[in-house]
Ligand binder design. Structure first.
Ligand SMILES: *[C@@H]1O[C@H](CO)[C@@H](O)[C@H](O)[C@H]1NC(C)=O
Ligand SMILES: *[C@@H]1O[C@H](CO)[C@@H](O)[C@H](O)[C@H]1NC(C)=O
Ligand SMILES: *[C@@H]1O[C@H](CO)[C@@H](O)[C@H](O)[C@H]1NC(C)=O
Ligand SMILES: *[C@@H]1O[C@H](CO)[C@@H](O)[C@H](O)[C@H]1NC(C)=O
Ligand SMILES: *[C@@H]1O[C@H](CO)[C@@H](O)[C@H](O)[C@H]1NC(C)=O
Ligand SMILES: *[C@@H]1O[C@H](CO)[C@@H](O)[C@H](O)[C@H]1NC(C)=O
Ligand SMILES: *[C@@H]1O[C@H](CO)[C@@H](O)[C@H](O)[C@H]1NC(C)=O
Ligand SMILES: *[C@@H]1O[C@H](CO)[C@@H](O)[C@H](O)[C@H]1NC(C)=O
Length: 448
């Protein structure tokens, strides 16, 4: 066993540049090419999971899409939801040597390797067949909590420009030099009942902006809590969406004040043995319990540890998908504590496409009469055109219209219920909504 580990380690040393190589080719179809290599003498075949297949706006709806190989890219194409089964076989080039090359377009991409896997949908981390890339390991707070490795490809205007469908996501590329980068760290706090990473101790990720000085008592930073979604983890926004790059750029380019960002996780925050998916890390309570635990233990810890605003006008809660249900919970039941709420792909009711009447369960006039703060918060709502929670989020907007609340919207024409949609949402929330004067007016969305 020891000798096998050694031989694997020496193999990795020979691919010193890492397993993913992004090359600017200045040639069609995209102007960029990505090569991924993997070496492991104990496997015979490797399938790459989660890298996208392509579709286009003329053949895509909520429920159906085209299924082009990356080799077939044409300007205007975009990635379909890779969670719907996107797989590519790697080429075996020698014993235990695998390689794979494709043209790639702008964006942040996530992938994992399936080892000796005959039926991709049946291979996972539990069966031991799905792994992240050992030479490009994920950013994660708890080992095993992130299931994918990530890379990013730049935009190439000559090959990717398509006026109806802008896919440029260069805002997530690294920003400037080291002097313009904030720091991103994994931390823990005391949260009674937590089962992960250890009893009574829970984890989070924190971003501190450039210039943050723990000793400078004269300065307080605005504070954003940013949540993952269902089946996620505290490391998701950094691992899958390069959130620190987006923050460095939003702040460095003057779109957003320097902000402290806390990325918590509800998985493992207490034991919930009635949860049928109760894997160690996947154990979680309902939104009301999460909100009360964060409020009781996480928020006081953050306020006493970092130089953050003690005022609601300097506090925001935002989240994607199931994290937007949690954001809604804070909006309704902890309204005065936060000045801003970012709801990305999700309303309070799920699957409401099948469940008219549309607005039952959503915020309404009697709630607003009892809680007038609901009308004075800075609200940001976003979704993608092909987002499975499009309708739920749209209905929340209708409900907000009915109570007379003003909100800022971002809609991604090529967006599925996936990370590129939430990167786009985050970027625009920073440009258009965060820390802009509240209550919002109809001209808030003009940005800086
Ligand atoms: C190599 O393959 C074996 C067998 O599938 C797997 O258990 C192991 O995790 C792989 N090692 C690395 C470093 O990828
Ligand atoms: C796989 O190998 C074949 C033969 O060397 C080559 O033509 C092809 O481009 C390779 N495919 C990938 C995806 O790397
Ligand atoms: C992993 O795959 C096995 C066999 O295909 C399946 O029974 C199991 O439910 C899967 N586990 C998860 C967490 O998806
Ligand atoms: C920038 O930071 C990285 C990571 O901390 C470090 O490896 C690199 O040497 C730094 N570069 C410069 C020019 O300081
Ligand atoms: C803050 O103060 C501590 C203790 O005086 C010191 O060690 C540390 O270097 C200071 N940090 C900064 C960023 O000035
Ligand atoms: C425990 O998990 C189940 C299933 O997900 C959920 O319905 C229930 O509300 C959870 N219990 C608590 C106390 O959060
Ligand atoms: C916030 O801090 C300021 C001084 O830093 C203090 O005057 C004010 O009372 C605090 N507000 C709250 C709500 O704690
Ligand atoms: C508004 O919502 C509350 C809470 O869900 C509900 O109790 C109430 O009946 C609703 N009011 C109207 C007029 O629908």
């Amino acid at each position: 066993m020891a000798s096998r580990i050694l031989s694997i380690a020496s193999l990795f040393a020979s691919v010193a540049l890492g397993a993913v190589t992004v090359t600017r080719t200045d040639q069609g179809p995209t102007g960029y090419e990505v090569t991924i290599t993997y070496q492991n003498t104990s496997v015979d075949s490797v399938t790459i999971a989660s890298l996208p297949h392509l579709t286009d706006q003329y053949s895509t709806s909520f429920w159906s899409w085209s299924d082009f190989d990356l080799n077939e890219y044409k300007p205007g194409d975009f990635p379909r939801d890779p969670q719907d089964g996107s797989y590519y076989e790697m080429n075996k080039t020698g014993p235990g040597e695998f390689t794979w090359t494709r043209p790639f377009f702008s964006g942040t991409f996530q992938y994992s390797f399936l080892l000796d896997c005959a039926h991709p949908s049946l291979c996972n981390t539990t069966t031991g067949q799905e792994i992240t890339d050992p030479t490009n390991p994920p950013f994660e707070t708890v080992p095993g909590s992130e299931l994918v490795s990530t890379f990013q490809v730049p935009y190439h205007h000559d090959f990717q420009y398509y006026p109806d469908q802008n896919i440029n996501q260069d805002y997530a590329l690294p920003y400037g030099n080291n002097a313009s980068k904030g720091t991103i760290k994994i931390e823990t706090y005391r949260s009674p009942g937590s089962i992960s990473p250890s009893p009574g101790i829970h984890d989070y990720v924190v971003y501190l902006p450039v210039g943050y000085n723990a000793n400078d008592t004269s300065k307080k930073y605005p504070l954003l809590y940013l949540s993952h979604g269902g089946n996620g983890a505290a490391g998701d926004w950094q691992n899958q969406a390069y959130v620190s790059n987006m923050l460095d750029r939003l702040i460095g380019d003057g779109h957003m004040e320097p902000t402290v960002v806390v990325m918590p996780t509800w998985y493992g925050i207490i034991a919930n043995t009635t949860n049928p998916d109760a894997l160690y890390l996947r154990n979680y309570p309902d939104s009301a319990t999460i909100a009360s635990l964060y409020s009781k233990y996480l928020f006081p810890h953050i306020e006493s540890t970092y130089r953050v605003s003690n005022d609601s006008s300097g506090r925001a809660f935002a989240g994607l998908s199931q994290g937007s249900f949690l954001t809604y919970e804070f909006y309704i039941n902890y309204t005065p504590y936060f000045g801003y709420f970012g709801i990305m792909s999700g309303g309070p009711a799920t699957n409401s496409e099948n469940d008219p009447p549309a607005l039952s369960g959503y915020v309404n006039a009697s709630m607003a009469a009892a809680n007038p703060d609901l009308l004075t918060r800075g609200l940001f709502l976003s979704y993608g055109q092909y987002d499975v929670l499009f309708t739920d989020t749209r209905r929340l907007q209708e409900a907000l219209d009915d109570i007379g609340a003003v909100y800022v919207t971002r809609f991604l024409p090529w967006g599925f219920h996936f990370w590129n949609t939430w990167q786009d949402a985050f970027w625009h929330m920073g440009r258009m909504a965060l820390w802009k004067p509240i209550p919002f007016t109809k001209s808030t969305g003009h940005g800086k």
